[in-house]
Design a protein around this ligand. Structure first.
Ligand code: CIR
Length: 268
């Protein structure tokens, strides 16, 4: 298996002026665009602080969700899949992301009935765990699997019974620790992760289930202080990052970037 390493590069997309119009389940909370932009800048600083080169794609006011760039592509080393996001209103986000990724990756564009959000794809070594959710269907999974296979990466489907994406429910806190929100994944999914050699640690807060592993440091939402403490108790180096304005839009840490691995290594 190729070694784990911090991403070489991350692609982020600025927060549009229209961000308050993003898709979201909680219509009550007021979104503050200026604060979201400040949090986004701090997130970029945290990535750079982990030694990652950050590429910033300009915001698009016609696409209120476009800062959640993770959903538009899945990077598989030398190739990348440009997705058809499950929400039709998000499909216009993809083209601009392709224009940036084409510098480094051979692109494969999803078409037809296939739909998939990058938030449903969790990479661990040479495996992609893919959530079948309200945003990702079996045609999307099949398209991704065919490209991944050519890169020597296997694809394992998991059901996402509740919540938005697979990675709303779980993410990698280290190459061998999966943090998950209790009650969001079924036992079969947890058993699959354990069989893959992952230790499953229950997050203390639901938003603690989406963390971003940047090499030897893991970024955790400031709204999940007890999960941060738990991960520190597990020997991890944790950095808390404020992403509360993105939680209001059903997002968290992974969704704000696309990560590109170092040649020959894998990242999440
Ligand atoms: C959406 O509903 O599509 C956005 N408001 C949130 C997407 C979050 N994406 C992610 O966690 N990968």
């Amino acid at each position: 298996m190729s070694p784990f390493s911090a991403p070489l590069r991350a692609v982020v997309r600025g927060v549009p002026e229209t961000y308050a119009k993003c898709l979201r389940t909680d219509r009550e909370a007021t979104i503050h665009v200026a604060e979201a932009r400040a949090q986004h800048a701090a997130y970029v600083d945290a990535l750079r602080g982990s030694g990652i080169t950050v590429e910033v794609v300009a915001p698009d006011d016609a696409c209120p969700d476009s800062c959640f760039i993770e959903d538009t592509a899945v990077v598989l080393g030398r190739s990348a899949v440009l997705t058809q996001p499950g929400a039709p209103s998000r499909r216009a986000e993809v083209e601009a992301v392709g224009r940036v990724l084409t510098q480094w990756c051979e692109l494969h564009t999803m078409t037809g009935s296939a739909m998939l959000d990058g938030g449903d794809v969790l990479r661990h070594g040479s495996t992609l765990f893919v959530g079948l959710s309200s945003r990702t269907n079996s045609d999307g999974l099949a398209f991704l699997a065919s490209v991944a296979k050519r890169e020597g990466i296997e694809t394992v489907p998991l059901s996402v019974p509740s919540g938005l994406h697979l990675k709303s429910a779980c993410s990698l806190a280290s190459p061998d620790i999966l943090v998950h929100a209790p009650g969001l994944l079924d036992e079969a999914a947890l058993a699959t992760f354990r069989e893959a050699g992952l230790r499953c640690v229950a997050a203390a807060e639901p938003v603690g289930a989406n963390v971003l592993l940047c090499g030897s440091t893991v970024l955790v939402s400031e709204d999940a202080p007890r999960t941060a403490a738990l991960l520190r108790d597990n020997g991890l180096s944790v950095k808390s990052v404020r992403v509360s304005e993105f939680h209001k839009g059903d997002g968290a840490l992974t969704c704000l970037s696309l990560r590109l691995p170092v040649e020959g290594a894998w990242c999440t």
